[in-house]
Write a protein that binds this ligand. Structure first.
Ligand code: NAP
Length: 285
């Protein structure tokens, strides 16, 4: 039986636009139920230019905290009084905590989720083992690059349709980062230990992103941040090429776990939230 909402129920949530498709409420509420917490996790869709006012209004802790998703991650960093180093390095926050004294604390757990997804695939995966290719130059790509650099990757290669955006990340993140246009992707994939799709090209329009997976070594691991009810076109192509694959759902769960701990002061209980999420995706419209 579901627990009643009480006057003491702790509220946390996710803010995005659109947000109705988010799996975060499913994941966090499954953990809340299993842990027996008097808490609830809900979705908020602030107006596209209204995130700052929305977050300012939560100062003082009426809501314990928020995960933040597209398109508000940069706004979430900007509104915070105390951003973590990794949020500053990523240029984005996916987690805000509203302290009782009015302070807003920001963090970025996407990088933790990304590395946890690789470790879940192979506990011996070493982020420092070789060059890492990140395709895309949006917030997710920047966060992935920052996380792999912090974990010791010797070289980050950012490949993007709009080369200037890859150049900007390279300039910000330092000499271990190189920028490539899509036409130069073959050179970027050569010798890579991991190749990560951090574009928004996923389940739909698979033809729009033809990547030279043949140029990656046999030992390379392919990861797609996008997830859905079935494997993305990129992961289907990577598996056909014989590469090991990691999907975006594991990253989503990997970033949710430290968020839950920040909201509720305890790690999530052992629940197979991946199976729940997959069942939900498969039952969806
Ligand atoms: P974003 O800022 O909108 O960036 C999108 C990127 O995709 C840009 O680099 C863009 O290139 C590229 N792109 C879009 N359409 C393209 C096409 N047809 N061909 C080539 N490149 C194309 O998005 P984001 O915030 O970085 O997020 C990227 C993806 O990661 C989203 O799908 C998001 O849902 C996913 N994500 C997943 C997780 C997770 O936990 N699994 C976490 C974070 C993000 P241009 O610069 O040339 O426009």
């Amino acid at each position: 039986m579901s627990r009643p909402i009480t006057g003491a129920t702790l509220v946390a949530g996710v803010a995005g636009s659109p947000v109705a498709h988010s799996l975060s409420p499913l994941v966090h509420n499954a953990w809340i139920a299993a842990a027996g917490l008097d808490a609830v996790y809900v979705a908020f869709a602030p107006h596209a230019d209204g995130f700052r006012a929305f977050a300012e209004g939560l100062r003082g802790g009426a809501v314990r905290g928020l995960n933040v998703t597209i398109p508000f991650k940069a706004d979430a960093l900007a509104v915070a009084d105390r951003p973590s180093d990794r949020a500053r390095r990523a240029g984005a926050a996916n987690l805000l905590i509203f302290e009782a004294d009015g302070t807003i604390v920001a963090d970025n757990t996407d990088g933790i989720g990304l590395l946890a997804a690789f470790a879940g695939h192979d506990p011996k995966f070493d982020p420092a083992a070789g060059p890492v290719v990140v395709v895309g130059a949006g917030g997710a790509a920047r966060g992935a690059a920052a996380a792999f650099l912090a974990a010791g990757a010797p070289e980050l290669r950012i490949v993007n349709r709009t080369r200037a955006k890859a150049d900007a990340i390279a300039l910000d993140l330092g000499s271990r980062v190189q920028a490539f246009g899509l036409a130069e992707a073959t050179a970027a994939f050569a010798g890579a230990a991991a190749v990560i799709n951090a574009t928004s090209v996923g389940l739909t329009d698979p033809q729009s992103l033809a990547l030279p997976l043949h140029a990656a070594p046999d030992r390379a691991v392919a990861m797609d941040m996008v997830y859905g009810r079935s494997r993305t076109a990129f992961l289907v192509a990577a598996a056909a090429r014989g590469l090991a694959t990691v999907d975006g759902l594991d990253m989503l769960i990997g970033q949710a776990s430290p968020s839950f701990e920040a909201f509720f002061g305890r790690p999530p209980p052992p629940v197979d939230v991946r199976a729940l999420a997959l069942a939900h995706l498969q039952a969806g419209p």
